[in-house]
Design a protein around this ligand. Structure first.
Ligand code: ADP
Ligand code: ZN
Ligand code: ZN
Length: 724
């Protein structure tokens, strides 16, 4: 009898042994169905063991081993194990959470026909010699040369495709998200691009981490493309991570155009379960050349991986905020190191962690100091002092004037404000009361709807009708306070009745495809003024945009979160980078009450290095990351006392261990948001000078914390937290 050790999605940090008569080493990494309690569960075989701690008579037998799919490779299991250990998450829960949802169900998924075909290298060679009389086949070959052909679009070509598949001239691929257009000419690289590519290609084989630091519009994508090209030519795979889902269609189109015959897999949380499974399967079966995806794609099983690229490496969306709280960037670096591969981290505003790694020589820096288009200059950044030029309805006279100029010249403007909704609060003009969310320690946000106004809580989702009179003093004089995207849109419409205004925020961009449609409207100049939140700050090319106005940025300067200025600077650099991307120069106007602030000075000079140096100095003095390593033990309960008492006990349990490992345990404190959906929250910060000390401490400490078994308290651990 063989004993298999199985990972299950249960909150216990342990594995479970089962008997499996016919199991062998080749089954490690395979899905199994096992009895668990009085139910059946899906698990993964992670080991074969000679003996179990459970007496053999008590071991249950596995019900089935799924051999329809290849076993997950050892490298993948190691990667998952690393993530589970590092982020202190149970191995079983980790492994199962990394599988596509369809594989977590008991029912084994149907084998699905491929969604599309691409030419194989053999096909590419062979189809040169088609008879000129085989018109349909010639057309099909021509069509395939432009990129993958979805079965749904194949029409009368279907039977040829089947035949060609048998002959090995085409191979299954994922359906293209966008129809291919003619492959664009490969641009002549700028000297900086050429140097960056050459430096990476000439580096000795093995692990190397590169920070591609390039100003907005410097053509980082072209550097990725050329590096990927070299990998594909050598028969290896490339994994490219991008921050957000709405960025993928555009990026995907660029990659497809460049590599029309590569089997490109796109992986993000917007896919249906079936699509996810198909993409995963293609990777697992070695039928992928290029994987493009959001953070979850870092865990794709790949057997010929040659290069990892992380675009916009500073982006917060690389950190998962629930379950396995991993940073896809950090996991990717670990993966590259373990596999001995190059990894390229690209950004105009690198995270300070990455920047410091580059300064210390752990990562090597590649600089793209200028914009790729010869005529495109970086925009001039000007500050509008709101103490002198007082905003009305959020807008200063200077900004209004600049907007009017652009309208007269037929150029586009973008107003950036990081607040969606109509106004951040509804307040009573008589007594100063502000309508709170009854369930959270936050104000409700006023939103405008077709039927009138509505209050919404951005934290728990509660929606309600605004009160008619002040709940506190009975006054009917309730007013919206402050600006949100909707109100700004309304004000602009009043100021510029002839302007075509488009609002882009999470509320307007949430539907699938909405973002692409908006981008197109902007590119085709059907829009004069864009009003948007940070959702517009990333990676979009708006060639006709010459003015960016920034409202409400000062907020972040006052935030108690030590990362707030880093995030603000990145956002402002990114949003400023939207202006003047083509031949016309751009201008950025920032409304601020602190025109002397060093952050704005560095922004004006486009000087990331300056900003980084100043901020790192502060971090060093405060012993904050990257000069220390942190973890947060978070607790929530119905009563705050329970959450705090739990953390006190946890702290007490850890004091001796902490001393031993040189780790600091702080007192429990309320997080920035102390109550959400009627749950009270508290947190305990753990800090250490060394990552490995922190790791050793956490492993030992959390074992003791788990034993506390406090039922009324829900707790989680966040290693390298980004939010407080
Ligand atoms: P980044 O990601 O660094 O902000 P992009 O990769 O989006 O910049 O490139 C900015 C613009 O410059 C794009 O329109 C791109 O097509 C163009 N571009 C990039 N490299 C070159 C080049 N070598 N020659 C001409 N145009 C280029
Ligand atoms: Zn009142
Ligand atoms: Zn709420």
């Amino acid at each position: 009898m063989t004993i298999v050790r199985v990972a299950l999605d249960v909150p216990l940090p342990r594995l479970f042994d089962y008997l499996a008569e016919d199991a062998g080493r080749q089954d490690i990494g395979r899905r199994v169905i096992v009895p668990f309690g009085n139910r059946r569960q899906v698990g993964l075989i992670v080991e074969l063991v000679a003996a179990s701690e459970v007496p053999e008579a008590q071991l249950k037998a596995v019900l089935a081993i799924d051999r329809a799919l290849p076993a997950l490779p050892t490298e993948w299991l190691k990667l998952a194990r690393f993530a589970a250990d590092y982020y202190q998450h149970p191995l079983g829960a980790t492994l199962l959470s990394l599988l596509p949802p369809a594989l977590k169900r008991i029912k084994s998924p149907r084998a699905e026909p491929p969604a599309a075909y691409v030419l194989s290298p053999a096909g590419l060679a062979h189809l040169q010699d088609l008879s000129p009389r085989a018109r349909a086949q010639l057309q099909l070959a021509e069509r395939l040369r432009q990129g993958p052909l979805a079965i749904s679009e194949a029409g009368t070509w279907r039977s040829h495709l089947r035949t060609w598949h048998k002959a090995g001239w085409v191979q299954p691929a994922e359906a293209p998200a966008t129809a291919p257009t003619a492959a664009p000419a490969r641009p002549q690289p700028t000297p900086a691009q050429a140097a960056a590519v050459a430096t990476v290609l000439e580096a000795p084989a093995g692990f190397s981490a590169w920070l591609l630091h390039g100003v907005t519009g410097s053509g980082k994508t072209e550097v990725y493309l050329q590096l990927i090209e070299a990998q594909l030519a050598a028969g290896r795979q490339a994994l490219v991570l991008v921050p957000e889902i709405h960025l993928t269609p555009q990026t995907e189109a660029a990659f497809r155009q460049r590599f029309p015959t590569a089997r490109l897999i796109s992986l993000h949380s917007g896919l249906s379960d079936g699509e996810r499974l198909r993409a995963w399967r293609a990777c697992l079966e070695g039928r992928a050349d290029l994987v493009l995806g959001t953070r979850l794609a870092v865990f794709t099983p790949l057997n010929r991986l040659g290069l990892i690229v992380i675009d916009e490496e500073h982006d917060g969306s690389y950190k998962q905020q629930e379950g396995l709280r991993y940073s896809a960037r950090d996991v990717a670096v670990w993966r590259a190191r373990t596999l001995g591969l190059p990894i390229v981290l690209g950004s105009a505003t690198p995270s300070l962690e990455t920047w410091r790694n580059a300064e210390r020589g752990r990562y090597r820096k590649l600089e793209l100091p200028d914009r790729a288009h010869a005529q495109a200059e970086l925009p001039a950044v000007k500050l509008i002092d709101t103490r002198a030029d007082r905003p009305r309805q959020g807008l200063t006279a200077s900004l209004l004037r600049a907007l009017r100029d652009r309208l007269t010249r037929g150029e586009q403007s973008l107003l950036f404000i990081n607040r969606r909704g109509y106004a951040p609060t509804l307040f009573c003009n008589s007594c100063g009361y502000v309508v709170p969310c009854p369930r959270c320690s936050a104000h409700q946000v006023l939103h405008r709807r077709k039927e009138g106004f509505e209050l919404r809580c951005h934290h728990c989702g509660l929606m309600s009708r605004p009160p008619e009179v002040c709940p506190d003093c009975g006054s009917p004089d309730l007013r919206p306070a402050g600006q949100g995207t909707q109100r700004l849109e309304e004000t602009l419409a009043g100021q510029f009745p002839e302007a075509r205004i488009l609002r882009i925020d999470r509320d307007t961009a949430s539907r699938r495809g909405a973002f692409a449609a908006m981008r197109q409207a902007v590119n085709e100049r059907e829009v004069d003024i864009l009003v948007g939140t940070q959702i517009v700050t990333k990676g979009h090319d708006f060639p006709h945009l010459t003015l960016v106005g920034v409202l409400g940025a000062d907020q972040a300067l006052l935030s108690p979160d030590f990362r707030a200025t880093e995030r603000l600077f990145a956002q402002l650099m990114q949003v400023a980078g939207r202006a003047g991307r083509a031949s016309r120069p751009g201008e950025v106007l920032v409304q601020t009450g602190y025109p002397g602030h060093p952050l704005y000075r560095a922004l004006q000079a486009h000087d990331f290095a300056q900003f980084a140096a100043e901020t790192l100095k502060e971090r060093r003095e405060a012993e904050f990351p990257p000069y220390s390593h942190q973890a947060l033990l978070r607790a929530e309960a119905e009563q705050i006392d329970k959450a705090v008492a739990f953390l006190e006990r946890a702290k007490h349990l850890g004091l001796a261990l902490a001393r031993e490992h040189g780790v600091m345990l702080y007192d429990p404190t309320p997080p920035l948001l102390a109550r959400v959906a009627r749950r009270e929250r508290a947190q305990l910060r753990v800090q250490a000078g060394s990552r490995s000390h922190l790791q050793h401490f956490l492993a030992a400490w959390l074992e003791a914390v788990r034993a506390l078994q406090e039922r009324a308290v829900k707790w989680t651990i966040d290693v390298d937290p980004l939010d407080f």
